[in-house]
Design a protein around this ligand. Structure first.
Ligand code: UDP
Length: 335
């Protein structure tokens, strides 16, 4: 298929781009590079630097290229920022998606795979979380993702859009070749921040909350390897038909606590990784892990990475060879 990938220079998007071209698809990436990295885009894909909300641009690309499908990753991702500046998120993540969808409707492109999030379950009624757990988003970030899911569902009913919303748990790790990986600024995620300590870029990892109602008092998350996530996108695209909607929780089904992640990183890096115990971070939920039975059953998707230490080792391979992410000297000289 010929696929337009928005946000394909970002962390999950760039891994999906590679998986798509590996699977034989033709890919055009549209990314404004506000957070993505041109270097992260597989050389077999084309990159257009531009904005998803630029309807003249997306319209002309769609008229010229005749895409079969859109994979939509482009979005702001930082929950804390969404609380401080919600309209920025509604404008970019909802408004621009609506503009993209209008162009898709106009050019009769009726397949979309969308990056959604497990955050839209809020404090889940039960774990493991299946897709029918009530959606009770707690942050503007999560509400905005849910709003897009509604726009997709209404488009499905009205003009036959087919969509798959992949509700990610915690994306982690890097490509097997360790040439693309996670590089956010600022970095808020646990695993990269733990590994920055092992790299000597931070003195200690801040551990947000030790008094949760969990076995070791720290939050439990479901860390899903980014290549497994990418594979889920490729499978969703292959299965998707115009006029149908699919929602899938994409996680391993196994939870790991913050302390378990830090212990795994100590084992992988051989570094003691000092910890600074801090108060809870606003908005954190004690326990999130997926019931991924539906995506397994319908798409035959099985994560290859089920062991936390392997996931952390994969991230370490990337961070230790690219201590400054895509801007480091090794990356520059390799290009
Ligand atoms: N966390 C932490 N220190 C950090 C970053 C995160 O203790 O420097 C905790 C955070 O409070 C949460 C878990 O690690 O309980 C996962 O956080 P992350 O930001 O990676 O993902 P989220 O689940 O918030 O999307």
């Amino acid at each position: 298929m010929k696929v337009l990938v928005t946000g394909g220079a970002g962390y999950v998007g760039s891994h999906a781009v590679r998986a798509l071209v590996d699977a034989g698809h033709e890919v055009l990436v549209l990314d404004n590079l506000c957070a993505g990295h041109a270097r992260a885009v597989d050389r077999r894909a084309r990159l257009i630097v531009g904005d998803v909300g630029d309807s003249a641009l997306t319209g002309s690309l769609m008229a010229r290229e005749r895409f079969d499908a859109v994979m939509h990753f482009a979005a702001y991702i930082e929950v804390g920022e969404s609380v401080k500046d919600p309209l920025k998120f509604y404008d970019n993540n909802v408004g621009n998606t609506v503009r993209l969808l209008m162009q898709m409707q106009r050019h009769d492109i009726r397949r979309m795979v969308f990056s959604s999030t497990c955050a839209l379950y809020g404090i889940p009624e039960r774990t493991p979380i299946s897709e029918d757990v009530p959606r009770r988003p707690e942050s503007p970030y999560a509400r905005v993702k849910l709003a897009v899911e509604w726009a997709l569902a209404d488009s499905c009913a009205a003009w036959g859009l087919g969509f798959a919303a992949l509700r990610y748990f915690n994306a982690a790790g890097a490509s097997a070749a360790a040439d693309i990986g996670e590089d956010h600024d600022p970095e808020t995620h646990l695993i990269p921040n733990v590994l920055k300590v092992a790299l000597g870029q931070k003195d200690a990892v801040m551990l947000f909350g030790t008094d949760y109602d969990t076995p070791d008092g720290t939050c439990i998350r479901d860390y899903i390897h980014v290549e497994d996530l990418a594979d889920a996108h490729v499978r969703a695209l292959a299965a998707l038909k115009p006029g149908e909607q699919r929602h899938y929780n994409t996680g391993t089904g196994h939870g790991a606590s913050v302390r378990e992640v830090i212990d795994a990183a100590r084992a992988v890096t051989g570094h003691p990784i000092p910890v600074r115990e801090c108060p809870r971070r606003a908005g954190d939920v004690p326990r999130l892990f997926a019931d991924a039975g539906l995506i397994r059953a319908e798409l035959g998707w099985t994560p290859r990475f089920t062991n936390l230490r392997d996931i952390v080792a994969s991230a370490w391979k990337w961070h230790s060879t690219h201590p400054l992410g895509f801007n480091d000297r090794a990356a520059k000289s390799a290009s």
